[in-house]
Design a protein around this ligand. Structure first.
Ligand code: 6PG
Length: 241
């Protein structure tokens, strides 16, 4: 929450009246976070935040697999509709939806213009990201074309076999994640411990190729702040290694 307040203050000090842009993650782990946001900070959330999605599954909004449904039930039902930027998930192909989403990102967000490598990329204030047991984040699954896309900001993608739900998705790319002002990773569970170790590994471990989790390598290139939220068990396990 303080990240939202910080970004709000920064907007004000820079004379910008725009809302704080926040991309929500899918998956089940952020449920409690969304509920807490709604319960404790409804007024602030409703007033000053523009909600995006980092990735969506190409299913109807009322499907139990819908990222939108989870976010709506926990948080967005309490937010005015014009503060939520939807991604179309029915009635068009994932490729068409990704194209539309790319245009929306470019229209609604400021573009990076300070001469760094990500110049021209739409810049989100805050990106929340879940972490998969295979080390993916958003819908950037290891080995898929989406995971290595470097030009586009939004792309269609399929997960690898075995990932549930096995449905097509639309996702932001690493370019957008790298350009964001703040990236918040949310991970819980023993099957993600190796990902946490990769995130906390030294640069030497990375250059030696000892960090395998894609998300652990990806966040090292972020230009903004990276915050990692994990559960107590993961911290204990890390401390005992
Ligand atoms: C999605 C996600 C994905 C998710 C992770 C973690 O599947 O929609 O965007 O990246 O966040 O797979 O999912 P869990 O929190 O359910 O473990």
């Amino acid at each position: 929450m303080s990240l939202i307040q910080n970004e709000e203050k920064r907007n004000a000090s820079e004379g910008r009246s725009s809302r704080v842009s926040l991309a929500l993650s899918g998956g089940s782990t952020p449920k409690a976070l969304y509920a807490a946001l709604r319960a404790q900070h409804l007024d602030l959330a409703a007033r000053s935040v523009q909600y995006f999605f980092g990735d969506v599954r190409m299913v109807a909004d009322d499907s139990p697999h819908s990222n939108f449904l989870m976010a709506h039930e926990q948080l967005l039902h309490a937010v005015p509709a014009d503060h939520v930027v939807p991604i179309t998930t029915v009635g068009c192909t994932a490729a068409e939806s990704a194209e539309q989403f790319e245009c929306v990102l470019r229209e609604q967000l400021p573009l990076v213009d300070d001469g760094h490598g990500d110049a021209g990329c739409p810049q989100l204030d805050i990106v929340l990201l879940g972490v998969g047991p295979d080390g993916h984040t958003a819908s950037l699954f290891p080995g898929t074309p989406a995971s290595t896309e470097t030009e586009k900001c939004a792309v269609p993608c399929m997960p690898n076999e075995g990932v549930q739900p096995y449905v097509e998705r639309v996702t932001i790319t690493q370019r957008v994640i790298h350009a964001a002002k703040n990236v918040v990773l949310i991970a819980g569970g023993k099957d993600k411990q190796w990902v946490l170790e990769g995130i906390l590994a030294t640069d030497a471990d990375v250059s030696d190729g000892r960090v395998a989790a894609p998300v652990a390598r990806l966040v090292r290139k972020c230009r903004g702040n990276v915050v990692v939220l994990v559960n107590q068990d993961m911290i204990r396990e890390h401390a005992s290694l």
